[in-house]
Design a protein around this ligand. Structure first.
Ligand code: G6P
Length: 611
């Protein structure tokens, strides 16, 4: 969380920083700030969004071709003007922006205070910049060396950028645990948390690895490790296009991303199977065939929506490949001494590829000898690099904080993997694969058709926009869908919503049901359709209001439910790809009607790089 962007070159830095910060705002939006070098160090920062920062800086000196900007998701210290980044060293010479957490900041702060340092903010970041200056002054070393030495004393995660009032030719960045990418243009350089602020100017980038420091000095880039070992930058050319990170005529990124799903699912499947021959073609898994064949267990780790995709994965792998699966919250897995070893395969799912808990879970599983498959959306991010193998979901940049198209893309790839594993283990025949792949091919068109329910969903949203609670029920493949539907509603509309296995309702949530409580039920024609119908009856008997997601042509549920939304028929294991769509739309429209900021819901951030 927190977005950082910096520029050094021949252009004016301010417009680049502001534009970049707006693209990074999904990472946090508690406060924003910039530092620009022009007749000294000019710092403007305030609580609120980047637009507030622009107002704050209006009419002030924003010139300078060296600068850096920050958008914050608060960890240490409440979101206010003072705690906003950039932060300054004791003398005011060095400025820093930071994404991450310095865990030992309290000890460092105490020591520095004893040595006469005064701190203005409550942040851990300010401590780091004071430490850098302290080392520079007392050890009589260059700024570069002081940064390197200071990082040795720091425990925690960081991506930082540093500039000095006394040196307009220098920009320093470093990373450990939080992402930092360096853009290399013609006589100009960029640094940012992801590539979106950079691609407008250059496609040549290098992603810093953990423990690396990038120094830009006199128009040259050099990279060293914190152990002082020179590195040769691996420069790659990005393929991302600008259009993908713009709203493209939609009111919100979230709505655009919901509507992009026919395409993002198609792109995530494209070239990975052949429905005619039944061939599964994900080369990255080829070298693990032996392992897959003899696998005793799969453990899936993830957070938030990615964890929900993992739950769908559990049903898929157990159903199709007959492998026992456990799905774990990465944050729990990492701290509970899990029983895991070389016979296990861990699948780590993450849109951003940067979620700190998921990354730590991978590291733990690796130490215990497990093989790691990463399933991520952001190319070049940390999780794919920490994994042994894996695949990208080709969903394109997801900017809305609430995940939508990344979820369906993850489920699409997990479905392919389940069939790929099934083939290797002999639990699916070539004909099974041909049938499955043929149906998979039809999913983008079915999602397109499902999106046509939007007008109907808007009418339902009008009825329920003022409720305070909602219950989402599903069974089998419908259960993770219910969880995801409830999460979407609470994230963006702030209505309390719970997802439950439909049959579990009678062990608690049923007590909540009355005329005021909408109950959304996934009631498609699955193998447990009749059982779900019984659960609907139980709700109706308590005067609950039912909004049912049903298969096209269904009449049985229609006669019981208060509202029905039809979705095209598909194989049961593919239903999450379709049934999720109306729930995403319902949350979106309810949130818009309640006047919520759907793309940037309060207190949330898209990329959670702190634990
Ligand atoms: C945050 C986001 C969620 C996301 C979760 C996991 O909470 O707001 O939308 O599902 O992080 O993120 P990841 O990038 O690992 O999928």
């Amino acid at each position: 969380m927190c977005g950082i962007v910096a520029y050094i070159g021949h252009r004016q830095a301010y417009p680049i920083l502001i534009k970049g910060l707006k693209r990074l705002e999904y990472r946090g939006y508690d406060s924003a700030g910039v530092a620009l070098l022009h007749n000294g160090l000019n710092i403007y920062k305030c609580k609120g969004k980047v637009a507030d920062l622009e107002n704050n800086a209006k009419g002030k000196d924003v010139a300078g071709s060296l600068g850096m900007g920050h958008t914050r998701w608060a960890t240490h210290g409440e979101p206010n003007d003072i705690n906003s980044h950039p932060h300054l060293s004791e003398s005011g010479e060095i400025a820093i922006i930071h994404n991450g957490i310095i865990e030992n900041y309290a000890t460092l702060k105490e020591e520095l205070s004893k040595r006469g340092h005064h701190f203005i903010s409550d942040t851990d970041t300010e401590v780091l910049v004071h430490l850098i200056e302290d080392i520079k002054e007392n050890a009589h070393v260059s700024l570069e060396e002081a940064v390197r030495l200071a990082l040795h004393e720091v425990i925690g995660a960081y991506a930082i950028v540093i500039i000095s009032k006394n040196d307009p030719t220098k920009l320093i960045g470093a990373r450990k645990g939080s992402p930092l990418v360096v853009g290399i243009g013609e006589g100009e350089f960029f640094m940012a948390s992801d590539a979106t602020p950079i691609i407008e100017y250059t496609r040549n980038v290098t992603y810093l690895k953990d423990g690396e420091i990038a120094f830009i000095k006199d128009g040259k880039l050099s990279i060293k490790t914190t152990e002082n070992v020179e590195q040769i930058p691996y420069i790659q050319t990005l393929e991302m296009n600008l259009e993908a990170i713009e709203k493209g005529g939609y009111t919100h990124f979230m709505l655009k991303e919901i509507h992009e799903q026919p395409r993002s699912i198609y792109d995530s499947l494209r070239g990975r199977f052949d429905p005619i021959t039944g061939m599964f073609a994900m080369r990255s898994l080829k070298e693990y065939e032996g392992k897959i064949k003899n696998l005793k267990r799969i453990v899936i780790v993830g957070c938030g929506t990615s964890w929900h995709a993992g739950l769908v994965g559990e049903y898929l792998f157990e159903d199709i490949a007959r492998i026992p699966v456990e799905v774990e919250y990465a944050s729990e897995f990492r701290y509970r001494n899990p029983v895991i070893g070389p016979d296990d395969l861990v699948i780590a799912i993450s849109q951003s590829g940067e979620t700190a808990d998921t990354l730590a879970a991978i590291q733990l599983a690796k130490e215990k000898g497990a093989t790691i498959l990463g399933l991520c959306n952001v190319v070049g991010s940390s999780i794919p690099r920490a994994s042994d193998a894996g695949a990208y979901t080709h969903a394109g940049p997801e900017i809305g904080v609430a995940s939508t198209k990344a979820f369906t893309a993850q489920v699409a790839v997990l479905t392919l993997w389940a069939f790929g594993f099934a083939e290797i283990r002999g639990t699916a025949t070539k004909q099974d694969l041909r049938d499955a792949f043929a149906e998979l091919e039809s999913i983008p068109a079915k999602v397109e058709r499902t999106l046509l329910c939007e007008d109907q969903v808007i009418e339902i949203a009008k009825v329920f926009k003022d409720v305070t609670n909602a219950l989402y029920l599903g069974r089998g493949y419908g259960f993770p869908v219910a969880l995801e539907g409830a999460l979407k509603l609470k994230e963006i509309s702030y209505i309390h919503a719970e997802g439950y296995p439909a049959a579990e309702m009678k062990h608690g949530p049923i007590a909540l049901i009355d005329e005021e409580m909408p109950v959304v039920v996934i009631a498609t024609k699955s193998s447990i359709y009749e059982k779900v119908i019984s659960n609907i009856q139980e709700v109706k008997a308590r005067k609950g209001t039912i909004i049912a997601i049903v298969t096209e042509g269904d009449n049985k549920v229609r006669n019981m439910a208060d509202y029905v939304i039809e979705i095209p028929e598909t194989k049961e294991y593919l239903e999450p790809l379709i049934a999720t769509i109306p729930l995403q739309l319902l949350s979106y429209h309810i949130a818009v009607m309640r006047g919520c900021n759907v793309d940037q819901p309060r207190n949330l951030a898209k990329s959670v790089t702190v634990e």
